[in-house]
Design a protein. Structure first.
Ligand code: AMP
Ligand code: MG
Length: 402
């Protein structure tokens, strides 16, 4: 069976994945959630002209020549409007956020005014309209300020509140179940026996899923037995997982039982070999309403596969429109040989060069090595059958990190 190109594999993973239904959540719960509907301002901000400074609300005509002395007829502060009107020769004491009294058009800052009794003398000229925030300079009622598909930032929540929305319609968070497989695996923190190794890759997969806004359920470690894997798959279905991601047991060796266990449960397999390095034995299929990604056990392979396939799938289910990380360009820090038929995702460092970032592959690219993976700043992408490339030439990278 031919290896499937990465782009085609991703298309298949996303083929019939669609955004999960919407639900209402309070602003306090909405950080990182994805808007299910366009959000329209329910009010205008500011609702009327207000002062931007502490000072005196005046008529610009009255201070065309300075010094000018005006009669102070009232006071206005935020939340305490002044009912009267500022007429010719008059002023009102005003504080930041105070509504501009009728008749006034300009605020003179208190630093250039001297008060004596109820008379204020303006020392310096102030242009008409200065220090006044006009009605609606931030936004107007009816304006759509946040669009469907947007992942909400802390600043978006501030804006949504100002638009007068206490609750927001967001897509349900994808539920991602994470399963490790392998007789040799033990959780971190114990004393591994002979031949045992510490279960590690699941922590990256879970963290990556969480950072994309998924609700993660850790299914732990299944032994290399069909029975054990099947019972974990059933637990994922019982939890109503939208996505199950398994790691390990993905090749075709005697102990690689994930595909067989899933087939026994009725998996509708879409592919299981991708033209990718690291990560060739990457599998995808569907089990009822649950999407299944089977990634290899080698830690680097599992991470690269999750980065390339799990992240866009979570984003699609979460209602996002920006599914893939945005590739950037950099310059190669060394010569690279021609590539074979698999796309390569090299772990590389990134340094600022004179005119561009410089990406240099780390010396050891073995797919079991976690130390260089943690050290890497980016994945440097080599297209299938790319010709040899020389130091200084342009290359494409995907940045890693928070
Ligand atoms: P497998 O895909 O099961 O053949 O595993 C490939 C290699 O990755 C083996 O050396 C496994 O011991 C290792 N491995 C598998 N799963 C994990 C895991 N969850 N954490 C760390 N290493 C793993
Ligand atoms: Mg294994």
């Amino acid at each position: 069976m031919a290896l499937m190109p990465v782009t085609e594999a991703l298309e298949r993973v996303l083929a019939d994945a669609s955004a999960l239904r919407g639900e209402m959540v309070s602003l306090d719960e909405a950080l990182g959630r994805v808007l299910a509907e366009d959000l329209t301002a329910l009010r205008t901000q500011p609702p009327a002209a207000v002062s931007a400074m502490d000072g005196y609300a005046v008529r610009a005509n009255d201070i065309a020549t300075v010094p000018a002395t005006l009669k102070v007829i009232g006071e206005v502060a935020a939340g305490h409007p002044f009912a009267g009107q500022v007429g010719a020769g008059q002023a009102a004491r005003i504080f930041t956020g105070g509504l501009m009294p009728t008749g006034s058009d300009t605020v003179v800052i208190q630093e250039v005014a001297t008060l004596s009794g109820n008379l204020v003398t303006i020392q310096k000229p102030t242009a008409k309209g200065r220090n006044v925030r006009a009605q609606g300079i931030d936004f107007a009622q009816g304006q759509v300020l946040l669009h469907k598909g947007r992942r909400l930032t802390e600043r978006d929540l501030m804006l949504a509140a100002a638009m007068n929305h206490p609750r927001l319609s967001v897509h349900r968070q994808p539920k991602v179940a994470v399963l490790g497989t392998g007789d040799e695996l033990v959780p971190p923190g114990g004393v591994p026996g002979p031949g045992e190794i510490v279960y590690s890759n699941g922590f990256a997969l879970s963290a990556l899923a969480r950072s994309e806004g998924a609700d993660v359920h850790d299914l732990g470690i299944a032994c290399d037995s069909i029975e054990d894997i099947v019972s974990a798959v059933r637990a994922a279905r019982k939890w109503n997982a939208d996505i199950l991601i398994t790691s390990g047991g993905a090749s075709v060796g005697e102990h690689d039982l994930v595909q067989r266990a899933l087939a026994a449960e009725g998996l509708d397999l879409s592919f299981w070999r991708v033209a990718l390095r690291p990560g060739r034995p990457m599998m995808h299929g569907r089990l009822g309403g649950m999407q299944v990604l089977g990634v290899p056990g080698n830690p680097v392979s599992s991470f690269v596969c999750a980065f390339l396939f799990l992240v866009p799938l979570i984003r699609r289910l979460a209602g996002r429109r920006d599914l893939e990380r945005i590739p950037q360009t950099a310059r190669l820090g060394c010569d690279l040989p021609a590539n074979d038929e698999r796309a390569d995702y090299l772990r590389a460092s990134l340094l600022a060069g004179t005119d561009a970032l410089v990406a240099t592959p780390l010396p050891d690219q073995d797919s079991s090595l976690m130390a260089p993976l943690a050290k890497a700043d980016c994945l440097l992408i080599r297209a299938p059958n790319a010709p040899a490339a020389s130091k200084g030439s342009e290359c494409v990278i995907l940045k890693l990190g928070l």
